[in-house]
Ligand binder design. Structure first.
Ligand code: UTP
Length: 411
């Protein structure tokens, strides 16, 4: 690190790190080339320090939590809802957002999760399944629907190349728009930022909650605000039975007059790892499974069912006009235990199998709390919920494959 050019102001970086108690980040500075040091200091300068101190998710204690009404007339009104939804799609009121910026650490697959092959005797990639589900609606409505795809710096290139290699799975590429979300550093349990090499912080995507502001930063919103679009259907990459642009869901949300919609499933067990939907001080609210108290988890209602027995499946409908108003709202910060590759004291890279660190993320579910009310739309889990989270066991490739077969897919 001799002869450091002026462009790296190491003293100010040192002061910054001292102020935040993170001086260890320059531990290997003497061993780095100029380029490596430049890259490291750039990462340090980009840290949003507020994630460690401000706006940590508030406790639910002290607020009034109660069960939320779940829609019960879907069968009776299905045709009405479908017609309303399809008309809205034909009038260009709906666009789609695929959240594909996650790292999928639990799956242990080092490529974008959407490129995972669910097929056994033939190719059946997750992205392919999602695009095919969307194409079903495109055919029904007779129009393509704009789809935004959130990636991160870590998986953007691979995702784009994959889509191109597969000819966008028959979707019109003019209707597909990729953008990139921001990264945050991960820390150990004591709050020290982890490094994944001597010249690089352990960075990971900043959660799935920042998509609207990331779209804003990517310059995508002006066009949306100037268009006929009214609704955005936000969904995760990892549910291979995800119904996208579901006209019945859209129509029911429109007909209900509620501000937004959330698809839910009846929980398989009180401790199932899904966010529980409820009302907090009269507003729709979702409590993540790792933030749910035992009391709420097991609470029963008068009929003997779980009082908070419906979990979200990361498939929401948001009104664009309301989202516009939330652009300046600082989203709550969730601190999540995850396995984070890091270099130990000897500089050796360790790839832990178990959680060893903390990630700082905003979550899409918190946007629900910014809405005045929400249509809670229950779906049959066997037909619409096959999450691919883990490599084996619950919510894994195996369980999702079983559900695909049950739904008539040949693998
Ligand atoms: P998960 O919460 O399951 O996170 O994402 P993950 O990073 O994909 O997986 P693990 O926890 O490391 O195993 C739910 C959805 O949100 C997206 C994911 O791609 C998935 O569709 N997501 C998650 C983002 O788009 N960005 C993020 O920063 C995090």
């Amino acid at each position: 690190m001799n002869n450091i050019p002026q462009s790296i102001n190491l003293n100010s970086i040192k002061m910054l790190l001292k102020q935040h108690n993170q001086e260890h980040l320059l531990k290997y500075a003497d061993e780095l080339s100029y380029e490596e040091l430049l890259a490291l200091t750039k990462q340090i300068n980009q840290i949003d320090w507020s994630i460690f101190t401000e706006n940590v998710k508030p406790e639910v204690a002290g607020s009034f939590i109660e069960p939320i009404h779940v829609l019960s007339d879907i069968n009776e009104n299905e045709e009405l809802y479908r017609t309303t939804g399809l008309n809205a799609i034909r009038e260009g009121k709906l666009c789609l957002l695929l959240l594909a910026g996650g790292q999928g650490t639990r799956l242990g697959f080092d490529k974008p999760k959407g490129t995972f092959n669910m097929g056994i005797t033939k190719d059946l990639f997750i992205f392919q399944l999602l695009m095919e589900h969307t194409m079903d609606i495109v055919k029904l409505a007779g129009t393509f629907i704009h789809m935004y795809i959130m990636t991160s710096d870590i998986n953007y290139r691979d995702t784009l190349i994959f889509f191109k290699e597969h000819n966008f799975f028959g979707y019109d590429p003019e209707y597909i728009h990729f953008f990139v979300q921001e990264l945050n550093p991960a820390t150990d349990f004591s709050g020290k930022i982890l490094m994944n090499s001597k010249s690089s912080l352990a960075l990971s995507p900043n959660g799935n909650g920042g998509w609207f502001s990331s779209m804003h930063k990517a310059g995508l919103l002006d066009k949306i605000f100037d268009s006929s679009l009214e609704w955005i259907n936000v969904f995760s990459v990892d549910n291979v039975l995800q119904r996208i642009a579901d006209p019945v869901f859209l129509g029911a949300t429109i007909e209900s007059g509620k501000m937004c919609g959330a698809k839910v499933v009846k929980k398989a067990a009180p401790d199932e790892k899904v966010g529980a939907i409820c009302l907090q001080d009269g507003k729709p609210h979702i409590i993540e499974y790792y933030e749910l108290s035992d009391d709420m988890m097991y609470k029963k209602n008068a009929s003997g069912d779980l009082a908070y027995g419906f979990g979200v499946i990361l498939n929401y409908l948001f009104p664009i006009s309301r989202l516009k108003e939330t652009l300046d709202t600082k989203m709550p910060n969730h601190i999540i235990k995850k396995a984070v590759p890091y270099i130990d004291k000897t500089g050796t890279l360790i790839e832990p199998a178990e959680p060893n660190g903390l990630k700082y993320e905003t979550l899409a579910l918190d946007l629900i709390h910014e809405m005045d009310d929400c249509l809670v739309f229950p779906v049959e889990r066997e037909r619409e919920f096959a999450p691919v989270k883990n490599s084996s066991g619950v919510d894994s490739v195996d369980t999702a494959r079983e559900l695909l077969v049950k739904n008539g897919y040949e693998l």
